[in-house]
Write a protein that binds this ligand. Structure first.
Ligand SMILES: CC(C)(COP(=O)(O)OP(=O)(O)OC[C@H]1O[C@@H](n2cnc3c(N)ncnc32)[C@H](O)[C@@H]1OP(=O)(O)O)[C@@H](O)C(=O)NCCC(=O)NCCS
Length: 181
């Protein structure tokens, strides 16, 4: 991957849009990450699920990125901005996942900082939310590390792993971007 094809480049990672050509690498990483992802998320696990997933990002209300190791181009994570609403709200809801082999090295912290800057820059958003189950400590640590603020608890907020789950609402607005690492 040439560096010019990335949307944003950090010291260790870079971000670019998810591409249909990523299918085999992505599915292989998902297979290796079952333990890390369960019970928090259920990413696409078959070619058909991946195709449907990638197609969701063609509309104006979602953006899908992959986080790549800068030197090798290998995918180390995925970050989405879902439910984008413009007008006076200019807000989107984050979804993200690390992949087993490269988790716990700070790549998602770096990648999410790049996505946040991209959201408040080229995408013209003002606010990003991360809705997180109270027991998802790795995800809570990730947003805390980046300076998100905890706004409250949303009971029965999302249907995850067979039930409606309470979620904490963490948010980051453009005014806070000065504190990003
Ligand atoms: C949430 C999730 C994306 C976090 O991934 P992660 O790999 O822990 O995040 P990072 O890549 O930023 O790595 C941070 C960890 O690496 C460590 N680390 C090592 N080197 C680091 C560096 N140079 N910079 C920052 N952190 C570093 C940190 O100490 C941290 O570990 P800790 O949380 O135990 O303190 C991951 O756990 C995941 O995919 N979970 C399942 C999906 C999920 O829950 N999604 C969110 C739903 S709300």
């Amino acid at each position: 991957m040439s560096e010019t094809e990335y949307l944003a480049i950090g010291n260790r990672v870079a971000i670019r849009p998810l591409d249909r050509a990523d299918r085999e690498e992505y599915l292989s990483l998902v297979r290796e990450s079952a333990e890390l992802h369960h019970p928090w998320i259920a990413p696409p696990a078959t070619p058909e699920e991946f195709e449907a997933y990638a197609a969701r990002f063609h509309g104006p209300d979602r953006e899908g990125f992959v986080v790549c190791e800068r030197t090798t181009g290998a995918i180390v994570g995925g970050i989405n901005i879902n439910n984008i609403v413009r007008g006076a709200f200019r807000c989107g809801a984050l979804g993200y996942a690390a992949f087993g082999p490269s988790a716990g090295r700070g790549y998602l912290t770096d990648g999410l900082a790049l996505v946040i800057r991209h959201a408040f820059g080229p995408l013209g958003l003002h606010r990003l939310e991360a809705n997180i189950q109270p027991g998802n400590q790795a995800s809570r640590r990730l947003v805390q590390r980046l300076g998100f603020r905890l706004e409250g608890l949303s009971p029965d907020f999302l249907f995850v792993d067979g039930a409606w789950r309470d979620h904490e609402r963490w948010a980051f607005t453009a005014e806070m971007a000065g504190s990003l690492p």
